[in-house]
Unconditional design. Structure first.
Ligand code: FRU
Length: 287
């Protein structure tokens, strides 16, 4: 069991389940609705917590009535948020999500009026207390300061960076982390049509993964490139946070000392299991 800190966001997810995706300008009725906590970093922690790790989140919590959903869910999943930055203006980031139950696809409209966690807050955290730090690749300017500081003061603490979307300056972070987790949209935005070519073109020294939907996922470790097929559930019902789940599986296996190729397989299996169910609960095979 490891003590893991994730830096990134928590959101309020308003999820409308529909039986088929509406056409533009259509009016449809949702099959059901859920209001729950989301956000990549905290989704990943939710899964890591079930896998037996002690989880901590540091991000921005706005003091407003809606943040209760976030706080209650973090408490339920035993995620410590005592190192968050509390602000009393703004709004918790909110995602309006259409979840198509026929295909499991999730279409997200995201609204935010919430600053990102600044380096000035991060540098006061007790970094030595953590066995692993995971960063969501968002505010690249502040992240660059955090990563340089981490490398200078705590080079022994392994860290990972999720690279989900292209963001100005994000490439400057690649040489500063031990594990890079790329998504298909990021790779495609760089002009690559497959994970293999992209990973082989990278010059960063760390491990790097890239998941590619139904084609599976790849992991590069030095000159070795491992591939894992997808482990599809009987029926795909919910892909919301499948990437966050994959990242959790990878972190968990690596922090437990598993070899990279096995870590990739375990992460892919976990992501497959998640796509066959709604939400993130009961994902550990021991449950
Ligand atoms: C899923 C997710 C949602 C959230 C959105 C934020 O990966 O984290 O929970 O609303 O993405 O971009």
């Amino acid at each position: 069991m490891a003590t893991i800190l994730a830096i990134g966001i928590a959101t309020i997810d308003i999820i409308n389940h529909v039986s088929q995706f509406p056409a533009e300008d259509d009016e449809v009725r949702a099959v059901s609705q859920q209001i729950t906590r989301g956000g990549n970093a905290t989704n990943t922690l939710t899964v890591l917590s079930q896998l037996g790790h002690r989880c901590h989140w540091s991000g921005v919590l706005i003091d407003e009535p809606d943040s209760l959903v976030v706080r209650q869910d973090l408490e339920w999943h035993k995620i410590d948020y005592s190192s968050c930055l509390h602000l009393n203006t703004g709004k918790m980031p909110t995602s309006y999500i259409t979840l198509n139950e026929a295909s499991g696809s999730r279409t997200i409209v995201h609204h935010r009026d919430c600053p990102e966690l600044p380096f000035a807050h991060f540098k006061h955290l007790d970094i030595a207390a953590f066995d692993w730090i995971h960063f969501e690749g968002r505010n690249t300017e502040e992240l660059e300061k955090m990563l340089h500081w981490l490398r200078q003061h705590h080079p022994e603490v392994p860290c990972s960076l999720e690279v989900e979307k292209p963001r100005p300056g994000i490439e400057a972070l690649f040489h500063l982390v031990d594990v890079l987790m790329f998504s298909r949209p990021y790779v495609k935005a760089q002009g690559f049509e497959n994970a293999r070519d992209f990973l082989q073109a990278q010059t960063a020294p760390g491990l790097m993964s890239c998941s590619w939907g139904e084609k599976g996922a790849w992991l590069r470790s030095g000159d070795d490139l491992a591939h894992s097929p997808v482990f599809p559930p009987e029926k795909v019902v919910d892909t919301l946070g499948a990437g966050d789940t994959f990242n959790a599986g990878l972190i968990s296996a690596l922090v437990n000392g598993e070899p990279p190729a096995l870590a990739l397989t375990l992460a892919s299996q976990l992501a497959g299991r998640k796509c066959g169910q709604f939400g993130f609960d009961n994902l550990s095979s021991e449950q």
